[in-house]
Design a binder for this molecule. Structure first.
Ligand SMILES: NC(=O)c1ccc[n+]([C@@H]2O[C@H](COP(=O)([O-])OP(=O)(O)OC[C@H]3O[C@@H](n4cnc5c(N)ncnc54)[C@H](OP(=O)(O)O)[C@@H]3O)[C@@H](O)[C@H]2O)c1
Length: 333
């Protein structure tokens, strides 16, 4: 079978390699991979900007949808023919995160899924929603679940509340779709008026171009009276405006670093607004299963910017850094 391997940090060190199809050991399943989605994390890992104490060569990507070909001994929850998705945190099954539940994720600490076949522990997969194609289901594990836990477990978003979500990447558009399905109002920012028009088509109530208005957070507060939940994908470079956008008693779900990981800021606005900022690291398997039910109930279709072939997948990892996409980039086999 063919798989992609990263032999050393740097995108130019990604190559296709031919290896034997692996056999599942006890407690594992063998998947025939049908689709993978690419996350910003995958680009950071490949460039050595995420974690550097990981085993090389590494097969990239955490998120896939596939069909089970074979199961190892002791696997009773799944059978050959089942259509499943990978989970990002393989050992965070439920409850609040503990230190030993954030140690195993495909495409980083363990072998990833950009491969014609992949072996995963049976605990680290979940049934794919029947309402979704393989390409759509492959978008759920990281981007979908991160947005879902930001709005539910952390955000406690209620009907009539206001969500602010930054940019039009994978996490942000899931947040928009989930918020609208929950009956909330949604504000979306983007660097592109064309992308903002597409966000309005998806239900965004207000849109702000952050390139044209660097006080987009204050603009959001004026438009809405303050956001109840902010999906903070920008990080340190956007936090000041996110706090300006936040309503009294609001919650910032601190997720990404698209606008930088460190910077000068004062958290005093949180004191004044009796508000909070809370980190999110995707979610547990129990959260994933709740999201899957929600996606099915509300017939939510992940937004895919484009699907590429396995042969084009290395270029697609590079493309995520260009930021031209609206929603998810997917590799279909
Ligand atoms: N903590 C977690 O569990 C977790 C999980 C998933 C992702 N993440 C992180 O969250 C971030 C988003 O991930 P993703 O997969 O959604 O990425 P993505 O799909 O690559 O999103 C990229 C988009 O973000 C927007 N963006 C870039 N710079 C921005 C800025 N300065 N202000 C506002 N928006 C900006 C752009 O939207 P426009 O083109 O519309 O401007 C860009 O197209 C990344 O940093 C990722 O590593 C964290």
């Amino acid at each position: 079978m063919q798989r992609v391997e990263l032999s050393a940090f740097g995108l130019s060190n990604l190559r296709f390699n031919e290896v034997p199809v692996p056999a599942p050991a006890a407690g594992e399943v063998l998947l025939k991979v049908m689709a993978c989605s690419i996350n910003y994390r995958d680009l950071m890992i490949a460039n050595g900007h995420y974690k550097t104490d990981i085993p090389l060569p590494l097969v990239p990507l955490s998120d896939c949808c596939g069909v089970i070909e074979a199961v190892g001994s002791g696997v009773s929850d799944f059978a050959p023919g089942d259509r499943v998705v990978s989970l990002l945190w393989q050992d965070w099954l439920s409850g609040p995160l503990c230190a030993d539940q954030r140690t195993q994720s495909p495409g980083c600490e363990t072998t990833g899924v950009l491969s014609e076949y992949a072996v995963l522990p049976a605990t680290g997969i979940a049934a794919a929603p029947e309402s979704l194609t393989a390409a759509e289901a492959a978008c759920l594990p990281a981007a979908g679940l991160t947005a879902f836990t930001a709005l539910t477990t952390l955000g406690q978003l209620q009907p009539g509340d206001t969500l602010l979500t930054l940019g039009t990447g994978g996490v942000s558009l899931f947040a928009l779709q989930f918020a609208k399905a929950m009956g909330a109002n949604a504000v979306v920012t983007s660097s592109s008026d064309e992308k903002l028009a597409r966000a309005r088509d998806l239900g965004a109530d207000h849109t702000i171009n952050y390139r044209l208005n660097d006080r987009w957070g204050e603009a959001c507060f004026e438009l809405t009276g303050g956001a109840d939940v902010v999906v903070e994908t920008g990080g340190a470079g956007t936090l000041n405006q996110s706090m300006a956008a936040l309503g009294y008693s609001g919650r910032i779900a601190y997720i990404g670093g698209l606008a930088g990981f460190a910077g000068e800021t004062s958290l005093m606005p949180l004191v004044i607004k009796n508000a909070s900022v809370h980190g999110i690291t995707v979610g547990s398997k129990a959260d994933h299963l709740r999201m899957t039910r929600f996606v099915g109930q509300h017939q939510i279709k992940p937004v895919i910017d484009r699907e590429c072939s396995f042969a084009q997948s290395i270029d697609a990892i590079a493309a995520i850094g260009e930021g031209a996409h609206f929603g998810k980039l997917v590799v279909s086999f």
